[in-house]
Structures are given as C-alpha cells and as structure tokens.
Design a protein. Structure first.
Length: 432
C-alpha cells in the first residue's frame, strides 16, 4: 500500500530555534528551497519557450481541469514567494495582532492549496479517458515514457492529498488554534489534586480527539485504488507492442478520444507501457525503489509519527497564552520556514509528476528533461523532510507506528491510537 507519487515526505509541538545551531533565523534559504526555486525556474522557462504553452490551459476539451491546473500552478508560485518572506514576518514580534493575522493567512493559504490540488487531480481523472488505459502489469504511468497515468492512480492520489490537507489543518489547530496548555504547576493554584486531574483529563481528551479525527480517513483507504511501488520492478516479464504505445501517446490528450486497437483487453482497456529492453527501464525502477522508502518514511515519520508527537508533547505555548511569541524562540511548527518549504514541496510533488508527463506527451518536454525535473523534486523533498523531522518527531512514536504497521497491516487508525496511548502515558510516567 502506498501513495502514487509521494516522493517525500517528515519532537515537539513548538519548534525551538536558536541562532547558534539552527538555520530557521538565517537569512539564507535552505537547500530544499533553492532546489524548489530552481525547479520552478526550469519549468516556467520550458513553458515560456514552448509553442504549445497557451493551448495547454485554453483548449476546450478538459477545460475545467486546465483552469484548475492553471490556478494551482499560480497558487504554488504564490506559496514560493511566501516561503522567502515567511522568516521576516515570523521574526517580527512587535505587533501581536499582525502575528495572529499572519497565522490566519497561512492557514487560509494551506486550505486553498490542499483543496486546489484535490480538485486538479479529480478533474483530470474525469476530463480525460484515463479509465480506458491499462499499463504493463505493475507499471506506473508517471515516469515511463510509454505508459500513461491511469484513472485509478489519480483517484488514489486524491486520497493522500486529502490526508495531507487534514494533517496541515490539524497541525495549525494543535500548535496555536486550540488551548492545550497542561502546565500543572501554574494551573492548579494550590487547589489540590482534584483540579490537577481535571486539567490532565481535559488535555488528554482534546489531544486524543484531534488525533482520532485526523487519522479517521484511513478507515476508508481500502475503498480507493491501491498501486504498489514494488510492482514496478517485480513484473518485468510482460512485453508490449511498441507501435501501440506510440499510437496511444500520439492520440492521448489531443482530442480526448481513445484509439481502437487489437491490444484492447477484455475489460475494454488499452494496454501500454515501457518495453522490457527500454534504456530508461533501469533508471525508472531505481527511482521507484527510492520512492517506496520515501513513502515508508513519509507515512510513519512525517504523517503518523509527527501527528502523534505533537499530540503527546506538553504545550509550552498556546494561542490563548499571554506568552505566545513574547519570546522569539517559540514559533508554531506550521509557521516555520522549514515546514513551509516542506509543505510546498509536498504539494508540488503530488501534481507535478502527472503534469510533467503530460508535457512529455505534448512534446513540450523530453523524457530525459522530465526525469531530471522529477529527480530535482525528489532530492529537494528529501532535504526538506530532514529539516522538518530534526527535533520534531519522537523516535519511539515513529518506530512503534512502523512496527504495528507490519504486525497489524491495514489498520492505521487503531495502530495510530495505540501508539499515541503508549507514548502519551509513557511520557506521563517519566514525569512522575
């Protein structure tokens, strides 16, 4: 089980920054942000020089998807500019009202970005005849120069985009949107153990409830298509007719019609894909091996691991506390430059493999250029994920989540809640 294009992805509820050992206050952009900027420069240059650039977003067929994609691209570029300006605004703590407005603006931006990505993916799955396409057994249509993205891959993609949107809203709420203060020493005011117990149970209930809600979508995961990374390199014995692949590529995306062919399967789908002897096959399979472990890291460290970590970490500042941003050393995680860069890379990666493949089919990009751009995104995402993970995710949370996944596969909600209980009460015992 995996995310179709999840190239990426990454101990505390509040990020602690220091000018001596952390680069969050540094005026210099991170390597991940430099890589993302370079990606967009290369992409926009390619689109500008192409003679087909205007048609990509204006043709009548699939117009809803084209407009959604254009908006999403512009929104990503806005996010890139926000990444460069985010640090200065975070460091300006002289105006608390301005800081609160900035939090709300970033939350609104994230909501629109996540929703726009889902709409772009789903409109692509319905506007074009991808449901008629079947690639070589186990092969994905995002990297191969012969294969084409299937409707199942797109629908699977939208599930993970929804999960990511839920996570970013969860992180905003739990780090600054909801009062989770459980500082017992300042809260009981000498009233005795009964009040301390009440505060503890209230804080626990809030954390447990929010984690339950953000993990709840995994209960419907089986209703979405599942495409395995490993199938890309395990099923290498099936050969396809190169002529059919070329003809399909030629017709795909131009008039919205699927060609008739002798290679139509019993279910009406047309099978295309990379030949066994293709010079790109080894490179493609190598990239998918890398993506597989990126996905494992994403799911149990960045996703479940991070969600559990922030839910089990004692809040040192909340949105209702008078100490929020009084000291420049505390910045909620979703507002940090590291997270902003990672979040933008995550959303870019989810849509760009599909878009880049469309550019190859349109002969706007060569296959080699597409692979280079994908590799640039993967490398940048790896740097970004490491920056987010460092000091944010509790090691025990990620390891328990991973172990339960192998022992109790397919039960992410139960596994996550059990991991939360183990880590939360384990922390409570250590504080006694």
């Amino acid at each position: 089980q995996r995310a179709k294009d999840d190239p990426i992805m990454w101990r505390s509820i509040i990020v602690t920054t220091s000018s001596n050992n952390d680069d969050s206050n540094s005026p210099h952009p991170s390597l991940a942000l430099i890589g993302l900027t370079l990606f967009f420069i290369l992409l926009l240059t390619t689109l500008t020089l192409s003679t087909n650039n205007f048609k990509l977003f204006t043709l009548r067929h699939g117009r809803l998807h084209r407009l959604a994609g254009l908006f999403h691209l512009c929104w990503l570029l806005l996010g890139l500019s926000l990444c460069f300006g985010n640090q200065n605004i975070n460091n300006d703590t002289s105006n608390n009202f301005h800081t609160k407005k900035w939090k709300q603006c970033l939350l609104l931006y994230d909501l629109i970005l996540g929703t726009s990505g889902i709409i772009t993916t789903l409109t692509a799955s319905t506007s074009f005849p991808h449901k008629h396409i079947l690639n070589r057994p186990g092969e994905s249509g995002t990297l191969s120069n012969r294969a084409i993205v299937t409707q199942g891959e797109m629908v699977e993609h939208s599930f993970y985009q929804g999960v990511n949107l839920g996570q970013v809203v969860y992180l905003h709420l739990i780090t600054w949107g909801v009062d989770l203060s459980d500082d017992y020493s300042s809260s009981n005011n000498g009233s005795g153990d009964e009040e301390r117990l009440t505060i503890s149970m209230a804080g626990f209930a809030k954390r447990f409830g929010m984690l339950l809600l953000v993990t709840l979508p995994w209960t419907v995961r089986k209703r979405f298509p599942v495409n395995s990374f490993s199938a890309n390199w395990k099923n290498q014995t099936h050969h396809v007719d190169d002529t059919v692949g070329k003809e399909m590529i030629k017709n795909h995306g131009h008039n919205g019609k699927v060609i008739k062919s002798n290679t139509v399967n019993n279910n009406g789908g047309i099978r295309v894909g990379t030949e066994q002897g293709s010079k790109y096959l080894r490179l493609i399979n190598g990239m998918y091996r890398f993506k597989k472990w990126q996905y494992v890291f994403y799911k149990h460290v960045i996703l479940h691991g991070l969600n559990i970590s922030v839910a089990t970490t004692t809040a040192t500042a909340t949105s209702t506390s008078s100490h929020v941003h009084k000291n420049n050393d505390t910045i909620p995680l979703p507002l940090t430059p590291q997270w902003r860069t990672f979040w933008l890379l995550l959303n870019t990666s989810y849509v760009m493999e599909f878009f880049l493949q469309s550019l190859v089919k349109r002969q706007v990009l060569t296959q080699r250029s597409m692979m280079v751009l994908n590799a640039l995104l993967m490398i940048s995402a790896s740097f970004a994920s490491n920056n987010v993970v460092l000091g944010q995710v509790k090691v025990e949370a990620a390891l328990i989540s991973l172990g339960l996944n192998f022992w109790n596969r397919g039960h992410d909600l139960g596994n996550t809640l059990v991991t939360f209980l183990i880590v939360y009460f384990g922390n409570q015992l250590l504080r006694i």
